[in-house]
Write a protein that binds this ligand. Sequence first.
Ligand code: MEV
Length: 392
Amino acid sequence: MTRSSRIAGFYTRPLAERRRALAEVASLSDAARAWLDGGGGLDLAVADRMSENVVATIGLPLGVALNLRVNGKDHVVPMAVEEPSVIAAASNAARMVRLGGGFTADADAPIMTAQIWLDEVGDADRACVRIADEAAALRALGDAAIPRMVARGGGCRDVTARIVGDGIVVVEVDLDVGDAMGANLVDTVAEAVAPAVARLTGGRVGMRILTNLPRGRRVRASCVVPAEAVGGDGVVAAIARASHFAELDAARAATHNKGIMNGIDAAAVALGQDWRAIEAGAHAFAARSGRYAPLATWQRTERGLAGSIELPMAVGIVGGGTHTAAVKAALEVVDVASARELACVIAAIGLASNLAALRALAGEGIQRGHMRLHQRRHDEAAASPSTRTGEP
Ligand code: MEV
């Protein structure tokens, strides 16, 4: 069934009705409905198994961003974040983008990279040649350590070596991790091939771990928003100007990117993703030229305002933290068929968040919007005690 991400008047409805509307729009399973109706959260016994020294759980507001359309398909996006306006802003910007046809996005194949670091390599050039000669055998060793991933069509794809310093070589194994985020698979492969790598290079193994800058797992999203949808030519020009400022200065780029990560992290947290890994990859990528740069930029074009974003995106829909009731429900809501599709949706939310921030900054500033939202919440809470308690 084709699903719409537009739910008219969603924010004006009482909480219980919002849940009902979401359950209906997202055709939620009985398990997801029960979790939602129970108020969400994380079972303490599950929490105790997930982490150590557990004494309690901590809550965050879980909302949904509406109006998002990516590659012609609507997605309702769960977002967990304590900062007011993030979800409203993303929904609002997604509505504007929708008027231009929505976001176009594509994600690379899910290739992650394991690093095996060696020092005390006597002949680094020869070590690199030996790794290249034995690449197929090393791939086979890596694959033998992750048979279930290989059976699902993933596995090791490439093995390369680089000289990084005096007697220091890093061997990198690229592997296809399918619909997983892949950190555990990558680390397993790194540990499995390290002894052979040490023998071939004559070096001493220092580290065996993934890189959080997965060069082969990027996502790109773009959109063209009609000028009238953002508020006219003047607003288009102001947003393009604000984007240019971020290109000129790392201090501004950091704040610009923080606005992007407001959306990306909130979606990543709600969807059970390793948001620290996404953060690490995003900022390393932003600094790839040697100068910290904006992850998304906006230009004025004949058709209005054109925006695009690119960043690494290691996310998964299987394994990792995806087994909890909360994440299962969130994945039902967002309705993606693959990790690549999830990456596209999260990148689009990042671009929407950036558009909302720049539009507010270029116009009235962000404080008035924040204060309006605070006031609305206050008025709603005063009018209806039910919204305060979360009870129907
Ligand atoms: C606040 O959380 C995010 C912004 O500072 C982003 C930006 O300045 O672009 C509004």
